[in-house]
Write a protein of this length. Sequence first.
Length: 572
Amino acid sequence: MRIVLSYLNPYKYKLIVNLLVKSGATLMELFLPWLLAYVIDTIIPREDVSAVIFFGVLMLISSALAFIGNVVANRMAARIASDAIKTLRDDGYTKIMNFSNRTVDEFKIPSLVSRMTTDTYHIYRMFNVVQRIGVRAPILLIGSVFLMIMIDLNLALVLIALMPLIVAVIYFISRRGVPYYSQLQKELDSLIRIVRENIAGIRVIKALAKEKDEQAKFEQVNLAVSKKERSAGYVVSMLNPMMNLLLNMGLIMILYFGAIRVSQGLSQTGSIIAFLTYFTLILMSFMALNRIFLMYSRANASALRIVEILNREDAFEVIDDQSPYTEMHLEFRNVDFSYNKTKNHLENISFQIRRNETFGIIGSTGSGKSTIAQLLLRFYDVDRGQILINGKDIKSYDLKELRSMFGVVLQNDVLFSSTVSDNIRFGRHVEDESLMDAADMAQATEFIDKLQDKYQQEVLRGGANFSGGQRQRMLIARALADHPEVLIFDDASSALDYKTDATLRNRLRKSGMSTVILIAQRVSTVLNADNIMVLEEGQIVGLGTHELLVRDCDVYRELVELQLGGKEYVNA
């Protein structure tokens, strides 16, 4: 919590002003019952009308000042809390964006979403409410007790006797209730994951008529969340009734003993009225403090989860490498890699790609093709071996510099809610001419020119208003638009027809604009590549031209036989 509270430091002067304004307004509220008691017990018996009017105006002014002060202070509290949480979210989001994929896998995406939304909102509420009520309630509580003692010490002893019981109740419930909130947030992560997956895949679920199965999964997770909510609710729900019981018992005792003291002439009527008003303020203060306590309990659990993100050191090490520039553009040297650090997903991978060469990578599902791309972009670091770009170790490049070298179309790549041109530019300084050239090379011009608003046509989330082939062509145009050194197409033509796919590859080859890495399962996609690497279970089983692999690589020959017309094609 200390780290989260530090986000209020830039606003400390505003907080001080807010504290003073809120304190002043609260003191005005405390002043009113005392004035009323003075008027009833002292002024009215003297039948001094002018004095009654004077004190009436004074009470009116006090009420107005309390109202204005509370409004101003509440507005300041909302602004300070909002600004502080904005900075907290910015820092958390920046941290997440710089996490390695391994760290993201460890936290899990639904948990990160929950931390950046639900958890930050809990902290916002705490910041806001503590400034509004956390200042007012203690002043009302302490001030009311002090004034009650000043008015009638004997009656005040009734409240003082209840204090140890109230403190014991709060302590007991806090020890039992707070841990439930941490457990509840973990269950909410699972709920968010289920909802996120089901909404993203709703078309598949409907197409396969799996609504009931997914509903059953959701109900199971929802039941677990409900149980945690009930467990927390059962404990903390005792706090309000027990506080009310204790304070109402005190109120009854004050009424009883107060009536006796008035009848005996030991107290005055106005003092008892003021005493009851202050006791009501104390009751309200305890209820407010109870609310703050519950809010703090939940916010503290959320703060611990956010601090996990803020404190996570996950920066990729940048080493010094003064190796000379080489004509060999990309090189893997004896690379091993494992996602889970137990079984290698890539083993002893070594290959070289020359500048402006087209390099194909083919293999069955799960053979490690996409992992090659992720290592090149340094989403993960290799466990053993070395990756070189232009003769220098990949670890010697700043991440921004490294990734700016690549134009990438990954599996399950996405389009964002914006326009066609914004999706192709993707926040980069791309001239209109380059944008249109990229769209033309990606074979996207033919459908973009037919759109009503052309490049300003709206794109729905995920490109839902475009076909699969149109989405892929826009994604390819995005990769081409910035003229990268290296193009990586990870199964980027799976939704393209053969003619469009062939035209795209031919134009890329003729342009010579970049080194191209084609990752595919279709032999036709990599057929004309300068070199083709065949992967099987994370190992290289073939490397060379199409003709060489057909002759020497059994795995590749089998793929060709299956996809390109059988043994007749191979023999030809």
